[in-house]
Design a binder for this molecule. Structure first.
Ligand SMILES: Cc1cc2nc3c(=O)[nH]c(=O)nc-3n(C[C@H](O)[C@H](O)[C@H](O)COP(=O)(O)OP(=O)(O)OC[C@H]3O[C@@H](n4cnc5c(N)ncnc54)[C@H](O)[C@@H]3O)c2cc1C
Length: 427
């Protein structure tokens, strides 16, 4: 069914583009995606080093779990390749280490207990979860006796920038690791895209451009809601029926005519300063693809040290290191720390080829969730013509933000029935 309801989408990352695509599928024809950067993709950021793609942001996917993302990548004929074998390293020992096999039965039993807890407590959305999941993950681990399994998975939380167990609400990690994620890992292996992840979103934007407008290099500088939505960008003033915020809502505080509740909610968002460094390294994992986790760097006292690396190609010695990167640690200091740790593991940092800083993993804190903040936001959705989607209400992976956007497109379509198309897109 075609609808003339017009929608402004703020952000051309995985969330905004999935929303746009689903709304188009549902019959929306008047959509503009606003992206401030020169290219779409947001945290799916792929660069070229010596003729080969490397991801500085989103990298890997999991079978079954990445349904929508895989649909888009299949439509664009983008092939995947297995994620390299993951290995753990300890600086203290200066070498690769294997998990203690004696803990395996406990890990498996605890994984089963986690799945059972998930089935009881996760109700399909962050705000619907059992409130005990609003506690920090470490409290939930303690209460349910999940310590061994949790330690085994630390690399997928802290190691990839998803914060610290004593801070991050358990519901966020419950959103990351679902039974379907474990099933996907049991029946297949994690994968990455041969082209990197950004081309998935560039290809989707290109296909969408036949039907709607996807405007890059177009930062939205002001939004006023006055019976509709007025969006200001690059000297233009345009009117829409609906606004979808598809980026970190804290970053729109300065441009949105937020009321007291919106300002209170959005200012609660927390992130960690994070960074990825693509480096040429000799001797660490020569002649093979490699994913390495430096387990003893995954703690607060080791912030600024590399926790994980991805080496995509056997015959190219480029390693993308992942690390927390507080603003007071300059790139030179981070480089020094990477070099020192690489050396302790028997390698040599030759040069830094590219780096990128991120405000990563936007999420609401436990206190906000416990005070009912998520439920308040859910009730507000659609009021003042505005919807919020993305990482803070799902989790910071392409899979989670995409499925969240698909769900919201359906909700917007239901709630748009009967909307008078007051909007006139005028320049
Ligand atoms: C280092 C790193 C590694 C990661 N690894 C993985 C991984 O392996 N697998 C995985 O699935 N996910 C991974 N992720 C997470 C994943 O990339 C993100 O969760 C997902 O891409 C978020 O998409 P989004 O559209 O919600 O937000 P974003 O990608 O942040 O997109 C928001 C967009 O809004 C734009 N914007 C903001 N303000 C304005 C404005 N005023 N006007 C116009 N545009 C604006 C921004 O420029 C941006 O493009 C990783 C992320 C990082 C940083």
């Amino acid at each position: 069914m075609r609808t003339s309801t017009s929608v402004a989408i703020l952000g051309g990352g995985a969330s905004g583009l999935t929303l746009a695509r689903t709304l188009v599928d549902l019959g929306f024809t008047r959509i503009v995606v606003f992206e401030r950067e020169a290219e779409v993709g947001g945290k799916s950021c792929t660069i070229d080093i010596d003729g080969r793609p490397h991801d500085l942001g989103a990298t890997m996917g999991v079978p079954i779990d990445y349904r929508h993302v895989q649909r888009f990548s299949r439509e664009a004929n983008l092939a995947t390749t297995p994620f390299p074998i993951e290995q753990h390293y300890r600086l203290a020992e200066g070498r690769e280490v294997s998990p203690d096999p004696r803990t395996l039965p406990r890990v498996l039993a605890q994984a089963a207990a986690y799945v059972a807890m998930h089935a009881r407590s996760w109700r399909g959305d962050l705000h619907r979860a059992d409130p005990q999941l609003f506690a920090p993950w470490s409290e939930v681990v303690e209460r349910h006796g999940l310590g061994d399994a949790s330690r085994r998975m630390l690399c997928y939380r802290t190691g990839y920038g998803y914060g610290f167990d004593d801070e991050v609400p358990a519901v966020m990690y419950a959103s990351l690791i679902r039974p379907q994620t474990l099933l996907g890992l049991a029946v297949g292996s994690p994968f990455m895209w041969r082209t990197g992840t950004q081309p998935i979103w560039k290809a989707l934007a290109t296909r969408l451009s036949c039907q709607i407008e996807v405007r890059t290099a177009t930062p939205v500088t002001r939004i006023v809601r006055d019976g509709g939505v007025v969006v200001y960008s690059r000297g233009r003033r345009e009117r829409f029926d609906r606004l979808a915020i598809a980026c970190d809502p804290r970053s729109v505080l300065g441009i949105l005519d937020g009321n007291a509740a919106e300002r209170r909610w959005f200012s609660q968002v927390r992130t960690y300063p994070y960074s990825t460094f693509a480096c040429e390294v000799e001797g660490l994992a020569p002649g093979r693809e490699s994913v390495g986790y430096i387990d003893d760097n995954m703690s607060r006292d080791r912030v600024g040290h590399p926790m994980a690396w991805v080496k995509r190609y056997a015959n190219q010695d480029i390693y993308v290191f992942h690390l927390f990167a507080p603003a007071d640690l300059r790139d030179a200091e981070l480089t020094r720390r990477i070099a020192g740790d690489v050396e302790r593991l028997g390698g040599r940092l030759v040069s830094v080829r590219a780096s990128r800083r991120w405000d990563f993993f936007p999420h609401f804190p436990s206190a906000f969730m416990r005070a009912g903040g998520l439920a308040e936001i859910d009730q507000w959705q659609g009021h003042r013509h505005t919807y919020l989607i993305g990482e803070v209400l799902s989790f910071a992976t392409m899979a989670r933000v995409s499925e969240h956007a698909v769900g919201f497109a359906h909700r917007m379509a239901r709630e748009s029935t009967g909307v008078t198309a007051t909007a006139r897109m005028a320049s």
